[in-house]
Design a protein around this ligand. Sequence first.
Ligand code: FEO
Ligand code: CA
Ligand code: CA
Length: 694
Amino acid sequence: MRKLLPLIGTPSGSHPGGRSAMTCRFRCGDACFHEVPNTSDNEYVGDVIAGAIGRRSMMRAAAAVTVVAAGAGAVTVGGTGSAQAAPVAGKGHGHGRPVKPKGARGLRFTPVAPNKDDAVTVPDGYRQNVVIRWGEPILRGAPAFDPERQTAKAQAGQFGYNNDFLALLPLPGERGRQLLVANHEYTDEVLMFRGYDAANPTREQVEIAWAAHGLSAVVVEEDRRTGALTAVPRHHLNRRVTATTAFRLTGPAAGSDLLKTSADRTGRTVLGTLNNCSGGTTPWGTTLHGEENFNQYFANSSRATDKRYGIGTGATERKWERFDKRFDVAREPNEVHRFGYVVELDPYDPDSTPRKHTLLGRFKHEAATVRLTPDGRPVVYTGDDERFDYFYKFVGGKRMKKGSSRAAREHNLSLLDEGTLYVAKLTGDSPAIEIDGTGKLPADGEFDGSGVWIPLVTADADGAVSHVDGMSAEEVCVFTRLAGDKVGATKMDRPEDIEPSPKTGKVYVALTNNSNRGVGSNAPADEANPRNANKHGHVLELTEHRNRADSLEFGWSLFLVAGDPEDPATYFAGFPKENVSPISCPDNVAFDDHGNLWISTDGNALGTHDGLFGVATAGERRGELKQFLTVPTGAETCGPLVQDRRVLVAVQHPGEVDGASVEKPASTWPDGPGKIVRPAVVAVWRADGSDIGV
Ligand code: FEO
Ligand code: CA
Ligand code: CA
């Protein structure tokens, strides 16, 4: 039986979730310290209740949540340090005796207890190794990593910084090998460069950061003797995509005046991809990557055409505008319109030009998850990770072609350029007065209701049409948030990753947190976002009408309301709460082949380290959530992939703790004392070689 945590407060004071100030600064440009960008007055699920119970009652509810949470005071983060370069035994905290753990098939492991160890901690009986770290050479000619003498040229041939999304693609004909694709969301300059002067970065440091952003493709190989997974350097499929790689813009906005710059009069070619958070793997063998907090790289917003994307008025954190004027909105106003898209990479063709698909809209894309309609058209779910922003669905108009011929691959790379983009609008089924902002279940026992997908823009071979009054098709594609505002989409608590179950077809939406829900003039709790000052987040389960991926209507209910299970505001799909692990700030999600949902967290506001959790979504154990691993000090758990015999996670921003630097590290992961902290990908498997969790 796991040990329950006491209710404890946010460790870093006013920072949302449990994130350090350094994370907010480098990762999202302090997004949560700015005004909520969505000031539109479109409806939200709880519109009716504002009048019914009044603002005063709302605020009482919010205050109650805050007092309970603040009572236990602050917790400081520390670590014991543990080097994990070689495969090591699982260091479970699960008090396990040698009895077979119970659980749903695929989840039969002894849960890892919440902890603050500077290590990746896995269940008893499991092993792990570091697959690849920041700076490891992957391209021919790239030098070994030397953090004291790093160069932009070296970095361009090495694995990038801050790995987030992971994909593993098959490599037919290469036994024991797979092709790993990773996102490199952002850089932590103070943890990368000794003596970094944030006010005066050098050109070389800036160009290293450009080369450390983007994507990596690298072949990995299984060691059949130990189970470890290691990188294969210099493989011909290995590739780096950076902040300066050429991309092709596609879809209705490509070539429009909104995308033309002094360097690209065509509006069709853009250099680089930025802040790639999560993503998806397509059934046609490509990968999708969401450009998330792109706004933070652009300075001097005085000439920005809209105020909905949070572009700052002054200099940026990284000062890139000093070295390339395209990052200065006052000098190059349209460059910022060329970021914030879903990008597509064909990892099997290292010479291909990756694409940015404008038809999937421009916003802070967290991820892009693909399924197919029964007749073979793609459906993509994608969320906009901002407080009070929306989640979307794209339904393609063309069918996928099977096979790997050049013609089939070229056809499939155009699938996301024809179809319709929709945004979600949700309605609760309980009386609004029963949603009091504390997380108390309404009388019908569920936070649930119905929803519709509202069309925004459609494109086909003949052109594109807007479904939004007063906006052209290209404007909908570039200013998608404004289109969502106009049609009355539902304001959500930061939509993160979205994943359909391969077993049931139900779709799961991670809503990570929203400390501003019900605070001040912001929208109050509603049935789909039922807690004011929501610091722990929730997971929504969506059932498309008739279980059809291209349906325009759906039902929904909250599957999890996260937090410590002792907190009465939490809900685990009705499963007895004394038997589940605490969870906070769900972020990336994935399914295993058994139909279990795996959830990684970012910013655990319960004061312990982030982790990876598995939960059954069907059967009598539905809602039984178990922690599978935890990550080192300051890190976020990303990119979970669960294969039959292996789990992969991306350990992002280890050591990202306020006041930490190269000289004063907060973490010594993964290589131990005296070595620079490095984001890295970790593989976990069972010591006896059998399947995960069976
Ligand atoms: Fe990069 Fe929304 O997490
Ligand atoms: Ca209800
Ligand atoms: Ca994320």
